[in-house]
Every structure is written in C-alpha cells, then in structure tokens.
Design a protein around this ligand. Sequence first.
Ligand code: GLN
Length: 474
Amino acid sequence: MELYELTVHELNEKLEKKEITSIDIIENYLKRIEEKEKDVQAFVTIGEKLIEKAKQNPKAIPIGIKDNICTKEMKTTCSSKMLENFVSPYNATVIEKIENSLILGKLNMDEFAMGASTEYSAFHKTYNPWNINKVPGGSSGGSAAAVAANMVPWALGSDTGGSIRQPASFCGVVGLKPTYGLVSRYGLVAFASSLDQIGPITKDVTDCALLLNYIAGYDPKDSTSVKTDKKDYTKALSNNIKGLKIGLPKEYYGEGINPEVKEAILRVAKQYEQMGAIIEECSISANNNALATYYIIACAEASSNLGRFDGIRYGYQAKKYNSIKELYRKTKKEGFGPEAKRRIILGTYVLSSGYYDAYYKKAQKVRTLVKQEFKKLFTKYDVLLTPTSPTVAFDIGTRSKNPLEMYLADICTVSVNIAGLPAISIPCNLDKTGMPIGFQLIGNHFTEELLLKTAYAYEQEEKFREKHKPEFKK
Ligand code: GLN
C-alpha cells in the first residue's frame, strides 16, 4: 500500500512509531501529484522546497489549501486574474493554527468562490477523479478533487452556500461546514462575510474531527468569532447512536431531486434506523425560498466586498487609463470574470435605494424565518438528514453557460449558511454510472461533536472508502 492511500490518522500512527518520516510522506505525495495532476488539475500553485521543509520538521503532515485562504509563502489568487500574482503579507489564522503542517499547494476554485463546478476559475478547470469528463463540484473543487485523487492527505476549503459540502459529495470525500463563528475568517478573502466559513475536506470522519481540532477556536482578529471551549472532536466519535432523533425535512426530497439520489439517502435513513435511531419526516417550508434569499444576500455582500479590488490597493491594474474613473472601470472589466461581474451587478442592484426594501430587506426577513424554522426543528430532532446535492456530478460544460442551472446545484446546502448552522457531507454510495452520492447531516449551532459522531457511526457501517475508489475514467 502506498502512503498516499492512508488517512492522516493512519499516517500519524506511523510517524509516532517512527516507521516513516514526513520526508517519506512528501516524496510519496509528490510522486502521486506527478502522476495524476495532468488529469485532475486541482492545483493553482504547487509548493517548493517541500523535501527540505520536511527535513526540518520530520513529523509534519502535508495539506492542501483552497486558494482564497491567505498564505505568506505562496500566492493567493482566488483563481482570478485580479489576484494572479498576489502574495499576502500575512497568514490567515487557520494557517497559523495548522502549524505542524506542510503546505503542498494552493488549490483551484471558482473565481472568488462563486460557482458550483470549478469551471469558473480564470486559470483552468478541475476534473473529477471518478470520471474526468465530470465537474468536481465547487467552489472548493480543487480541494475535494485533490483529496479524492490522493494528491493531498487533507485540505481546507470554504463554504458560503455549499462550497465544501457539494464538491465533497461530488468527489466521494468528507466535508464539514462548521457553525458560523467557530473557525476564524481572518485571512479568508471575503465573498459574503455573513455566510463564509472555512472547514475541512478529508478522506474520512476521523480526519475531519482532527483537522477541526486544529482550526476551531476564538480569534480576536475576527469580530464574528465566538468564544468556545477548546474541544477534542475525536473524543466524540463512537458507534452508539441509540435513541438519536433524526428528522427528514420533506422539502429536500421533492421535485428536482434525482430519484437515484433520493433512494440512496432514504437507504441511509433505514440504516440509521437499524442502528437504533428514530427517523421521522418533518418540514421546513421557508426552505422553498432559501435559494432566492441566498443569492440576494450573497450577491449584496459580494458587491460590497469586491469593491476593494480597485486597481490601486491590490492585484491587477489596467495598463492604460486617462482618469481615476477609467482606471477603476478598466481594472474591474479586465480583472473580473463573467460570474464575479454578474454577482457585483446583481448585488449593487438589490442594494440600490429604489430596490433595497423589495429585495435586500425582504431577503433579511426570510433569513430570520429560515433561522426560526430550524430552531423549532432542533427542539424535536438532534440532526436533520438530507441529500447534499440534488444530483451527482454533472458533465463538464453542461451548466457553465446557464447560471440559474448552476445555482440549483446548491439548493440543499444554502439554508445551512443562511442560518449559520454546521453541516457535514459524507459519501454513501455510487450511482449506476459510478459517481459518488453524498448525504448531508445538519445540526444545531455548535453541535459539531454530535454531527461527527453521527457521521462516524454510518461510516463504520458502510465503509465507503474500502469499497470504492476513484477510477479516473476517461
Ligand atoms: N455555489 C454557491 C455560489 O455560487 C456557493 C458558493 C460557496 O459556497 N462559496 O454562491
């Protein structure tokens, strides 16, 4: 067995027993990248002098980082022409927290994390390791594909409306979007600040808990970070879910959900029942308006956040201009891709004085309704079980020309961000064509331990990773 096939907790064991050093791990991963990166194209930047770095830190574990998380030692491009050569003067807090890590590289994404397929990267697309004619999902498609292809042992992504969970589901790996405020956003290039959250993408649930141990915790540099007690999330992992109350919100099983996906998720529910959980159908009607609400709030915040890319303070600057206004206009026209522009225009529109009440204010009211409905559900249920995405990974090129179709890929994930809740995606099966299906567990605020435990219990039963491996089908 190659080292790149092992999970991080398995690598840690070998490091502890001194059977291997981190130089062995790095060499093995570099070999794997050499073999597979040409097919998958998950990286924007591959790290340099990694073996020398491993020599200095013989217990270090390699990691891949989504390219919107600031790193001093490598460029942070957000897969945008706007930041093509940008090197951050500081590290994001999460980078400081994973101090025992070696950054293998920065991973591809949809430009500024806007998208659901990683086709909107300004540099190149990323391909799904299970079938390279398919998208890996997005926007953290590079992170999910790199983990699935064993080109990194684990990775960090960011999730504003589903960008950790949906690609994790498309690539057959585990992805956790933590509670809003659990993980510092300092040094994460902002897309929609009230929704963004950094989280782990890993090979299994134990690794997910381990990586959360590193990155969770209060940070005075992020004013939305919450003071919580330090936890060891791996301690929560157990098979015992007897008496756990699981709700199945019927809105997630209706129109638009692929029948094969639905069937697979209902089988997961059956399995939980056999393990001693209590399953019940429930309803969250505000969910029907969640996607519209999400796109109003996300675009409004994006239009404000992306204002800083003015050709003066950061990144790209237009070459020829006669006035300051022309400098702004040309820089944005040349630096941003079509999806970023679409969101800035939409966001500026919903915030404009004539339309603010009709769109933005209304969306904020629906946001409150979504929160209230979830709150009520969590008085009755411990966790909610839903599909992560209505379909499996789709073919490259089939949605990238139709933004509304692309937006539908996140119909099952956006409400979680609107309500600031934690949610995890776990692979459960393959469809007839051999593409992974993922299910989502949603928990109440700061119940990551319960979510991880529930996910772990299923993983122990189903053993997806042992049964299925990506085949790089062409
Ligand atoms: N696909 C969603 C969007 O395009 C979610 C993106 C994300 O979570 N970063 O906005």
